[in-house]
Design a protein around this ligand. Structure first.
Ligand code: TRP
Ligand code: ZN
Length: 878
């Protein structure tokens, strides 16, 4: 609905609910446009609440049919009901039952929040505030109730009827074509974890025996005909269940675990108790439709939602300010799972790449907010990479600081103390303070202070004294509403390397023995100097190893030092970081002087390529040069995407030319042999081969075109096929258009594959792309009502094609503005998120800045904006 601008919600205003709802009995009668919901709530006053307060229930666009109090129908004068609120002033003193009947139109629900339809199926999305679109309720996460759900529908429309918990019974409704199913979830939960699905779906079944020997029935429901594409998700689910037992001692707690894949979904997936609902993008995969990246995404999201069963569901959030309590922790857990399933180093590099791509810009711009915000207008806009990814980094730092054993014991304590409750960040941290004996007060600042700290380092070597003085300082730039920043606790993993690449012992009186022993310096003040002794020659510093803290490092190592780290650092993350730093140095050097010096980088990469067999995936990461987005972020101000693009292409071409024969050899040697398997080792070989193709094409267009065309024609899997198409997309010409046409002909109607086709076209860095995107918006397989389609085409254009999106004639901005305003009345969550593509607008050079500002002002001047979009646009203008 069109929310009027509501008042800001503040963490400081938190009060316990005035009522408790111990049990909820729901009865759904599904119908495309007239679904009936009957909700029976067992209410009582909450001793912690205000004992004289009226009962005020949340609603959103609700149509009330009737209400009964303890079995008696209430007359119109006995309560007050609007579409978004139900108020009962005369509340009985004793516990009472309220029966509320509402009517919903799931087919007309385009926001994809509450009860809606995806294809012919019925499904729900209740996080964060969707349950109030189903019935009037205390729709807040600290109200925990036991739910029983009865669903009734036409047998032919919805042979499958699912809800949370365990199935109790099902059967026919006498004298009709209808049937019903009854579900009961014994675990008290907040309303945002409620879910229901009804539809005609295919199913894949399996089972899992838990560590205590209970058998859990697993099922993944998908569109008919797609069953074979759910096999990998099922495998990932079983691995997730085992991993949580082994690594965290967490066992699954219901008799069944169901997953449903739908094609219309606002986000990635949702952890509803016992009934996870997924964007089908994160379930469906087959070698010829999904890339290695898609497989990794499925594994990660399946794990993420499953892990929420303990971190989110058994222990939930007291209020939405605590969102990172479940999301940051669960992202940390899924990252660790993926690291264990795949390559830890490659996973870490990928996670940091993601953090820098999305979270760093957010933290440096007008939408910056603390990991635990203290105020919001619209909670949907706080499902951000700050809450999720920076939230995960905080957990990782905590583990680094207190050590693995204390961390695990702290987690055990958290589950022991807070199971069945709605908790806060303070509750969480108290468990680690107890397990480690460490005061975490200062550390907690990471949750309340926004902005990415900048750590500046310099080193001074004294050859006579054989000492090396490392000076460290930190400073966090101001963010909206927080001008003065305090120093935070930064764990800095450190090693010093000697002349021959040997690791030097850390000897110093300026650091604690544990810091030296662990190679972990804690920077918790504005400045710190550590003088290391017994250093025989000027050392090479490897700092922030493994990316031990979510900070920016301002360091000016000599290029030779970076080359040495790239060759000899035993921390794979910093080896990769050295490759990226060298590339950035070459590109920014070109921007300043017009000349490109890439010799050092080329030679370092040549050495890596010679040892490519050792770890192809890692070498592929080192060869993946910074993107335009990386460059724009590193530049930080007066960004001109055309200049960045030109310099980046020049470096790619140079690397491609100078390493031509090595790249050639790799591309030939790593060619696909045998059947496709999605495992990390095979994926790493494909990644290396495809990045070499990309560089080869940059160095020699003709050669690239013929190699890419051949690979496109013969590829036995989507990874290789799409990589070839991406290379052709950059090269242009007839070969490109022919490949796009063939690709479409082959995959027409396969929505998730056509999304890739949309995205690659939207990212072509050529002037004609804007028109091309406008044309594709009228394509029969495009739809403004499907979030995946909108993200694939418009999201890819705005976030992945910097030169065209930021075209100086404003055409890219006009396109985004028009789409955002068209989508907003249908789906505010999607429009608001799309507009976040402008979150870094103030870092652009002035002509583009002016163009964007005018568009943002135009949006804010519209009358009927959703609360979601208005919030983003207003904050973006700052
Ligand atoms: N809690 C979901 C997760 O695991 C996020 C989510 C899914 C969501 N759908 C949503 C959040 C809709 C807000 C609105 O990360
Ligand atoms: Zn989550």
């Amino acid at each position: 609905m069109r929310h009027p601008s509501t008042a800001a919600i503040r963490l400081a205003d938190y009060r316990p609910a005035d009522f408790a709802i111990d049990s909820v009995e729901l009865d759904f009668s599904l119908h495309p446009t007239k679904t009936r919901v009957s909700a029976r709530l067992a209410l009582r006053r909450n001793p912690a609440g205000d004992s004289s307060a009226p009962l005020v229930l949340d609603g959103d666009e609700l149509m009330l049919l009737g209400v009964k109090l303890d079995g008696r129908t209430l007359g119109p004068g006995e309560y007050e009901a609007t579409p978004d609120r139900f108020t009962l002033t005369n509340v009985p003193d004793a516990p009472f039952t309220l029966e509320i009947d509402t009517e919903l139109n799931p087919s007309g629900n385009t926001q994809l929040s509450g009860l809606y339809r995806s294809g012919s199926a019925y499904c729900t999305q209740c996080e964060a505030e969707g349950f109030r679109r189903i019935t009037y309720f205390l729709d807040r996460p600290d109200v925990l109730s036991v739910y029983t759900t009865r669903i009734e529908a036409e047998k032919s429309d919805a042979p499958i009827l699912l809800s949370n918990g365990n199935p109790v019974e099902h059967g026919d409704v006498a004298g009709s074509n209808r049937h019903y199913a009854l579900w009961r979830d014994p675990f008290p939960k907040p309303s945002y974890l409620f879910a229901l699905v009804g539809g005609d779906l295919g199913v894949v079944r399996d089972e899992f025996t838990t560590m205590s020997g209970r058998v859990v029935e697993l099922a993944i429901y998908v569109e008919h005909g797609k069953e074979s594409r759910a096999a990998y998700a099922m495998d990932a689910l079983k691995r997730s269940m085992r991993w949580d037992e082994e690594k965290f001692g967490r066992e699954y707690d219901l008799d069944v675990f169901n997953i449903v894949a739908v094609s219309d979904f606002n986000m990635g997936a949702m952890e509803n108790k016992g009934l996870n609902i997924f964007n089908d993008k994160y379930v469906l995969a087959s070698p010829d439709t999904a890339t290695d990246g898609d497989y990794a995404g499925i594994e990660g999201v399946i794990a993420h939602e499953y892990f929420h069963n303990w971190t989110g569901n058994r222990i939930t959030c007291r209020d939405w300010f605590q969102l990172c309590l479940k999301e940051g922790l669960t992202v940390f857990r899924d990252q660790e799972f993926s690291a264990d399933m795949r390559s830890r180093a490659v996973e870490r590099i990928g996670d940091v790449r993601g953090l820098r791509l999305a979270q760093f810009p957010e933290d440096a711009g007008p939408l910056a907010h603390p990991v635990r915000p203290d105020v919001y207008q619209e909670i949907n806009n706080f499902y951000t990479s700050t809450v999720y990814e920076k939230g995960a980094e905080i957990i990782r730092m905590l583990r680094t600081l207190i050590g693995e054993d204390n961390f695990r014991r702290g987690m055990d304590l958290y589950f022991e103390r807070f199971d069945g409750t709605a908790a806060t960040i303070e509750d969480f941290l108290s468990c680690f303070a107890a397990s480690s004996g460490r005061d975490l007060t200062h550390f907690a600042l990471w949750y309340s202070q926004a902005g990415t700290p900048v750590v500046t380092t310099s080193g001074e070597y004294d050859s006579a004294a054989q000492t090396f003085a490392l000076k460290l300082s930190q400073q966090t730039p101001p963010t909206p509403g927080q001008s003065d920043k305090k120093p935070v606790v930064i764990p800095l993993a450190l090693a010093l390397f000697g002349e021959n690449g040997q690791k030097l012992d850390l000897v110093s009186e300026d650091a604690a023995p544990t810091e030296l022993a662990r190679g972990l310096i804690e920077l918790d003040s504005a400045e710190r100097v550590i003088r290391f002794r017994e250093i025989p020659s000027r050392p090479v510093v490897s700092l922030l190893r493994g990316f031990s803290a979510p900070v920016r490092l301002e360091q000016a190592p000599a290029s030779e030092d970076l080359e040495r780290l790239l060759a000899c650092d035993d921390d794979p993350f910093n080896r990769w970081q050295a490759s990226q730093s060298l590339a950035l140095r070459a590109i920014f050097g070109r921007l300043e002087t017009g000349a490109l010096d890439a010799r050092g980088l080329s030679e370092a990469l040549r050495l890596l390529l010679a040892k490519a067999e050792d770890d192809p995936a890692l070498v592929a990461q080192a060869l993946s040069l910074p993107s335009d987005i990386d460059l724009a972020r590193e530049k930080g101000r007066d960004v001109d995407p055309d200049q960045l693009f030109e310099a980046r292409m020049a470096l790619r071409a140079e690397i491609g030319r100078s390493l031509g024969s090595e790249l050639d050899a790799i591309h030939a040697r790593f060619s696909a042999a045998g059947a496709f398997t999605p495992d990390a080792a095979s994926a790493g070989r494909r990644a290396l081969r495809n990045v070499t193709l990309d560089l080869l094409a940059a160095g020699d267009a003709e050669k690239g075109r013929s190699l890419a065309t051949a690979q496109f024609e013969t590829a036995g899997n989507m990874t290789d096929k799409l990589a070839a198409l991406a290379t052709l997309a950059l090269l242009g010409g007839h070969a490109r258009e022919e490949a796009f046409a063939k690709f479409y002909a082959q995959y027409a109607g396969d929505a998730l594959v056509i999304d890739k086709w949309f995205s690659l076209q939207a990212m072509i860095p050529e002037a004609a792309t804007t028109q091309r995107v406008l044309g594709l918006m009228t394509h029969r397989e495009f739809s403004m009502s499907n979030p995946n389609r909108v993200r694939a085409l418009i999201g890819a254009f705005a976030n992945g094609n910097l030169t065209r999106f930021h075209a100086l004639d404003g055409s890219g901005y006009d396109l985004l503005t028009a789409v955002v305003l068209e989508v907003d009345p249908k789906n505010p969550q999607v429009s608001a998120r799309l507009l976040s593509a402008l979150r870094s607008w103030r870092t652009m050079e002035s002509r583009r800045r002016d163009l964007i500002e005018a568009r943002l002002k135009h949006i804010v001047a519209q009358e009927n904006l959703s609360a979601d979009l208005r919030d983003i646009a207003t904050r973006a203008l700052g």
